[in-house]
Ligand binder design. Sequence first.
Ligand code: ADP
Ligand code: MG
Length: 373
Amino acid sequence: MKVTLENLTKRYPNLNRRIKTEVIAVNDLTFEIPSGKLVGLLGPSGCGKSTTLNLISGLETPTAGRILFDEDDVTGLPPEKRGVGLVFQNYALYPHLTVRQNILFPLENLKGAEKLTRAEMLQKADEAAKLVQIDALMDRRPSELSGGQQQRVAIARALVKRPRILLLDEPLSNLDARLRLQTREEIRRIQRETGVTTVFVTHDQEEAMSISDEIVVMKEGVIQQIGRPQDVYDAPKNLFVAKFLGTPPINVFSARIEKETLFIGEEAVLPAPGLPGGTVTAGIRPEGFLPDPEGKFTLSLSRVEVMGRDTSVVAEHAASLSGAVRAIISSESRPDPESRTVRFSLKPGKVLLFQNDEAADRLVPPGQKEEDR
Ligand code: ADP
Ligand code: MG
């Protein structure tokens, strides 16, 4: 099922009652969640992710705008009439019930024509448990499960009624690093197997990038960019998006264009054909640096960190706007850690230029099409 959000806005009265202005949690959001896809809703804390999810589920009603499930307008429907499956950060299982009873719970509350026989319920619960691979744990209570297992039970419970859409709000945030990796792959597998349209909310860009068909990057209630993870990473719409995606983060420099050449400090580091002169902000991805004794970009070397396959070069540059500069290079081309300076040539596709404003659009040289990147 496809979900369409049309000009969705949610305002709250300010939590501080003395402040009369309202909080705009979600501001004129318009986007489509394609049928059967997993969409990652991504942005810093407070940017409106949970509010957006709650508007889709019906836990919140919008101040303005519409929500369509396929062609049906569900804006006025309560959550239980929407056919949504919800999973939250804290697993919210019933502690006194077994895994089986927790999964059965939504089925036992079906009324009228939807009512199932006991045998049908047990069969559905078994299917859901198998799907998330907790069928061996059906008689345990939540306290006898690991965090990852508890979250699987929560997912099974959300799926057992065959929801039209699965909504997950930071489902991995309570898990430790290893379980987080494992469980996110599980969620991806379950989503593929069921084909259920899914919205996955997270503040963790790596998590969103790794499992989403599409990501929606939000800031202060406003969508910044929508696209496939790699496309958004390669061609961020503005500096905010460029900085939000990628670990280590993009290195940011104050720079200028003179005679169609990009200067950082006094060095002419790259051609910039077709771009007008003036100051700009240059973002260089950590993987955009090539150690090169003849390179045009010189930095003072702080240290060289060997991380197995890759090496991280940490350096200083007076024009850096993001503190220490981090380059990730292959371990074969490691610079001498004793030298005071290090020189690089730059991979043009990894250097992104912006106007000097976080929200302003990225500068794309005329004639350079996004597809060429
Ligand atoms: P996120 O999930 O991205 O961290 P939220 O959607 O929870 O963000 O919140 C977005 C903004 O709306 C925040 O500024 C938050 O303080 C505000 N907000 C959320 N819920 C309420 C509420 N019930 N009353 C007032 N303000 C709220
Ligand atoms: Mg939230």
